[in-house]
Design a binder for this molecule. Sequence first.
Ligand code: FES
Ligand code: FES
Length: 212
Amino acid sequence: MQNDSDFGATSAAAPNDGTRRTFIKQASGILGLVLAPPGLAEVERLAAADSKEVKGVSEMSLKVNGATRTFRAEPRVTLLDALRENLGLTGSKKGCDHGQCGACTVLVNGRRINSCLTLAVMNQGKEITTIEGLADGDKLHPVQAAFIEHDGFQCGYCTPGQIMSGVACIKEGHTKSDDEIREWMSGNLCRCGAYPNIVAAIRDAQQKGGKS
Ligand code: FES
Ligand code: FES
């Protein structure tokens, strides 16, 4: 009686044992590489990426608008990010985050600074004033009122920084002429081009005794 191999069925329908074994071995090796679960280091890396926990945070306190606020953040956090993200004071705006637009201007110990250019940790123990702390209850600061009266804004994005800078500009005495106001307000950019009305507002607030 003839067996399958007599008709050549074995060699035509399936590889001989040696060939098939080698093929299965190679295929499982490749599949194993593709489907293998990630190693421990990879698992840790993925878990860390998913984690909300930030490494290296520490506690810091800032005195903002007369109140001391404590929070936890990385030492590298800027004053602007701490105000906005940690303390919920979103009045100070982030325009460039590079010290070029003035949208983030706040007062520190009475002096105007770009809060995106200083670290929160360096401002502990100092008096920080933001746009939220300018009004006296419901009574607007004279510079705020003047900005409304003179239409000193359009979209309003630069306005908190312009107002904080304007307050300092008046205090510094750099308001003897419109040219001087323009010069000393030149660190605050307005993409809407509301400059003539901003100058008018600062001049008016100064003339009405807008020192705070
Ligand atoms: S956001 Fe700070 S200067 Fe532009
Ligand atoms: S009012 Fe729009 S950027 Fe100044």
